[in-house]
Design a protein. Structure first.
Length: 73
């Protein structure tokens, strides 16, 4: 076969597959507009905000005065 024709044919197939996947994603988003979708979105927002808060805490510098050494007797 002609290499140019093969390239165009493969590119066309990829565009068709990508269009089908985009349509599937859009249809899933449309179903999430109800109450369960809103609850799921809020839960995701809470998880993201708590994750960023934990990241800030884990990167905060440790003060020398806040760390003490306890001796074990």
């Amino acid at each position: 076969m002609n290499p140019k024709y093969e390239f165009i044919s493969n590119h066309r197939e990829q565009l068709i597959i990508q269009t089908q996947q985009n349509n599937l994603i859009r249809s899933c988003r449309a179903r999430q507009d109800g109450l369960p979708g809103k609850i799921f979105d809020k839960l995701g927002d809470v998880l993201i905000s708590s994750g960023s808060w934990l990241k800030k805490i884990s990167r905060s510098p440790i003060e020398d005065n806040s760390v003490t050494i306890y001796s074990q007797n």
